[in-house]
Design a protein around this ligand. Structure first.
Ligand code: ZN
Length: 676
């Protein structure tokens, strides 16, 4: 592990933050980010840091404060606002108490804050407060965990660190751990930090640099030690790939995971280290020990699910095999909760019994989450857990906390709070594919569905605007022309690969060619049929088959046109495939109904998009004796229809559980074009 402290960077942080927030806070932000930038040290909100410094109260009087990482902030992109300041003296007074419940502790922390609107200070704040050092750094570094997650961890720590670090037996974070840490420090006041068994590392110092450098050195020592012990079992043969590919497996697995109305997003990951781990003949025992540090338990659950796919599970037997494995996992989870509830004689609300990490030889790690982000976090945490397990087993034997301590962590109210409230968004957990997404109605649909909580996959042929929108919405995308059947079908496989399944398709891409019907060339007519009809069929057919394998129903939503019911002269090459598109939509409603797959269409009209160019619009307006603005408002409601109105209608259809085979008009009212 490299020491990445740089005097020049430190000066830059002081220049950026020093004047407003003080020299100490500026440097606290700097080294917090150094730690946060390294995934071998902390991941996803893990770890915390603090500085004791001087601030001013409302009256301008100086006050000693502890600035400590607030919950909801990641060390990697910490700002001064993520380091709420608490009055130090009244915090330290709490040490006189014998006990302090978690709820009372949270209240005590908040009442000592200088800014009442700041984030909740870390649950480890009192540990920072009871130690006297100006700078304190805490991480769950992989290398440290491989040393402290051992039956012989105490002697191992002594051998590696001598008397420079105090060894703290496992105690759940909170008041009791803070008191214990302070006592151990007072017994040996020259130590550089604390090694928390089965938890992580604290270092401290008088300056930001000192505490940071001690941290990096301690981690480096463990890394070098593990490296020396590490055996890389040279593979004598490469195991065969899984008999079932991930894209084939994922929707079926996702369907089995989504018991009741729950829907999960899957995140698949593999690399040579993961692959070697999941292919290990001992995977069944290696993986069933427990998490590397207790706060992973809320994101990964205590144990991953291991699947052993065989060639005979292919096809219709796959679902049965997965159901059986999941049933057994859920049964074990419920039994564990039951045992713990009896032990604690407590009433708790059980969490769902589904796994958050699935391991499959030949395939890798699959993270499972209610959102794409949660699934990715579970995979990230497990990827690092693999590293810890391997190194710990190279050093000695990997040993996790027992289930009692892990249960206390998993059901600890302060940990549950980290997961946040359910978003309440109607499409949370849904995976939605949008074609023609780069501009106009498609872009409005993407924005609206993202706001509703959907995990998106966007497609368009215009690379730059598509990449820009996907960047803005932080979602997956693929540049393709929907007129290319192979690419359309491959894009559905890619959605399954990226998100693990598919709930909805908004088949929106289209073109608007014109020309008299008796003289349109076959080539032009075919080109329009390709994009305005066949492309919808290719997309819907691939999606429908994936949805059937998944077994969670779904929705196919088509952007048709008023031209389907109310064609215009000279618009034949456009109106004819659109009329056929309505028939296509009905056919999918007819054949998809028994599978819960709904199929519906939107007929929008006169929406300002790039479909018709300005000149064409002006011509059409002139033909009706109107200016362009009046043309857009020429409907029963006399209001212009926006792309957002159309997007809202698509969302309505996505949510309309009892509607299929239907056409919804979004045209401001046009009796001549109303469905009949
Ligand atoms: Zn911790």
């Amino acid at each position: 592990m490299e020491n990445r402290w740089s005097d020049a960077d430190a000066r830059e942080y002081v220049a950026r933050y020093g004047e407003r927030h003080g020299h100490d806070v500026a440097l606290r932000v700097y080294t917090s980010r150094l730690i946060g930038a390294d995934p071998a040290l902390v991941l996803h909100g893990g770890g915390n840091t603090s500085v004791k410094t001087e601030a001013r109260d409302e009256l301008g009087a100086p006050v000693h404060v502890l600035c400590v990482k607030g919950s909801g902030w990641d060390l990697g992109d910490l700002e001064p606002a993520g380091l709420p300041a608490l009055r130090l003296a009244p915090l330290q007074e709490l040490r006189a108490l014998d006990v302090l419940s978690d709820e009372a502790m949270v209240n005590a922390l908040r009442t000592r804050m200088l800014d009442a609107s700041g984030p909740n200070p870390s649950v480890e704040t009192l540990l920072h407060a009871f130690l006297p050092h100006r700078f304190i750094d805490h991480s769950h570094a992989d290398a440290i965990l491989s040393v402290v997650d051992q039956p012989e961890s105490v002697s191992l720590c002594r051998e590696l660190y001598g008397e420079r670090f105090a060894i703290v037996p496992y105690v759940m974070p909170g008041f009791a751990l803070a008191k214990l840490a302070a006592q151990l420090y007072e017994r040996s006041p020259t130590i550089h930090g604390l090694l928390l068994l089965q938890h992580g590392l604290f270092t401290f110092g008088d300056s930001a640099e000192e505490s940071y450098v001690r941290h990096v050195q301690a981690v480096d020592l463990a890394e070098q030690f593990a490296k020396k012990q590490r055996y890389w079992s040279a593979r004598t043969s490469v195991p065969p790939p899984a008999p079932i590919g991930y894209a084939e497996l994922a929707p079926v697995l996702r369907g089995c995971l989504g018991e009741g109305r729950r829907r999960y997003v899957l995140h698949h990951r593999t690399n040579p280290v993961i692959q070697e781990f999941v292919d290990d003949a001992a995977l069944g025992s290696l993986s069933q020990v427990g998490p590397a540090t207790p706060d992973h338990v809320i994101r990964t659950k205590r144990l991953p699910l291991v699947l052993d796919l065989k060639a005979e599970h292919r096809g219709h037997l796959l679902e049965g095999y997965l159901e059986e494995q999941l049933d057994s996992y859920r049964k074990d989870y419920r039994a564990y909760v039951q045992r713990q509830v009896q032990r604690k004689t407590a009433t708790i609300t059980p969490l769902d019994p589904d796994p958050r990490v699935v391991l499959i030889p030949g395939i890798g790690v699959i993270g499972v989450g209610a959102t794409e982000g949660a699934a990715r976090i579970a995979a990230d945490l497990y990827e690092h857990t693999i590293q810890v397990i391997r190194d710990a087993n190279a050093i000695g034997r990997y040993q996790a906390l027992g289930e009692d301590d892990l249960f206390d962590m998993e059901y600890w109210s302060l940990e549950q709070a980290k997961l946040g409230k359910k978003s309440g968004k109607p499409l949370e957990g849904h995976v939605v594919y949008v074609s023609g997404a780069a501009s106009g109605i498609g872009a409005a649909i993407a924005v609206r569905f993202a706001a509703a909580g959907a995990n998106l996959y966007l497609v368009d042929r215009s690379a730059e605007p598509l990449a820009a929108l996907a960047g803005q919405l932080d979602c997956a995308y693929r540049v393709i022309d929907v007129g290319d059947e192979a690419k359309v079908r491959a894009s559905i496989d890619e959605v399954l690969e990226i998100h693990g399944g598919l709930d909805g398709v908004i088949s929106n891409a289209g073109t608007a060619p014109q020309g008299p019907i008796d003289s349109v060339s076959t080539a032009d007519f075919e080109a329009s049929m390709r994009v305005n009809l066949y492309a919808h069929q290719w997309l819907a057919s691939a999606a429908s088959r994936a949805m059937k394998r998944q077994g969670l129903g779904g929705y196919l939503l088509f952007n048709a046109s008023k031209a389907a019911f109310n064609p215009g002269a000279g618009f034949g090459p456009y109106a004819i495939p659109k009329a056929a598109l309505i028939a296509l939509m009905k056919q999918y409603a007819l054949e998809g109904g028994e599978h819960g797959i709904r199929s519906n269409a939107i007929n929008a009209d006169r929406v300002r998009t790039g479909l018709l160019d300005e000149r064409q619009v002006a011509e059409r307006a002139r033909a009706r004796g109107l200016d362009t603005d009046a043309y857009y408002r020429a409907n029963l409601l006399q209001r212009e229809v926006s792309p957002e109105d159309v997007a809202e209608a698509f969302l309505t259809l996505a949510l309309a559980q009892s509607t299929t085979g239907s056409v919804l008009t979004v045209d401001g009212g046009n009796i001549a074009a109303s469905p009949r």
